[in-house]
Design a protein around this ligand. Sequence first.
Ligand code: ADP
Length: 285
Amino acid sequence: MAKDGWTRPAREALRPDRGFRLADLDPSSTPGWKGDSEDAEARLAEVGLELAELQERLFAQSRTGGSRSVLLVLQGMDTSGKGGIVRHVIGYVEPQGVTHRAFGVPTEQERAHHYLWRIGQALPEPGRIGVFDRSHYEDVLVVRVHDLVPPTVWGARYEEINDFEKDVVDSGTTVVKVALVISPDEQRARLRERLDREDKRWKYKPGDLDERVLWPRYTEAYQAVFDRTNTDRAPWFVIPADRKWYARLAVAELLTQALRDLDPRWPPVTFDVEAEKDRLDAQVL
Ligand code: ADP
């Protein structure tokens, strides 16, 4: 057993409370975790295996009529580590059990629909863990920061998103929303690394620097998201992410807890196990 270094459950330590101010969050902190990075890696390995088994149970259940699924919504500035979460946390889960979808600038077809249309299309099937790398929240983040629609339009979206997520939850999908928060200095270091390393350079876009100067406006837009869409049925978790090992462990814990709450059981079989064993033993090929 790896040492469990949590002093408080991740879901309590990372849930913004009423007076939460994003600007006051220390992105290098490790709320609720008293261990070091090695302890965290050991714990992640353990939680990852549990996550994989729970998903398999959920999948097995869906084969016999179960309707539950889990959706992980990942938001964060460029280089905040969303891809690393997918590799290092979701990577534990059987690929068939995962529906991963990244949301970029809407395509022409997507623009012809309501902004929630493409989101509705990508929701996980029963038994699956859905992962959104960016999401409908871009429609109140990048869209707000760049004035892509008038304030009255994006202003109406928070309630619309809450209503949409209520329907998603009511249809059997547990929604876990995670925002990875890095500091401007950490982002500078990560962008610099992308420029320095040939194997990372392909991820760099000159436009990333133009987004970076809008940091205060993004902070404001994220604050509004937490103020207005942090519902009990689809809660936000705000994760300090300057330390990648902490962010990965925290997301693994949150996701695993969401599955534990569903308590998926191996489904009962409809045949006589002992009779099948006898039949198998008796078969000569
Ligand atoms: P990433 O930066 O996540 O690795 P991309 O290079 O594909 O992936 O970037 C996705 C871009 O799409 C981001 O700049 C994001 O802000 C933008 N985007 C996502 N959703 C929307 C949206 N609804 N409207 C406008 N831009 C969006």
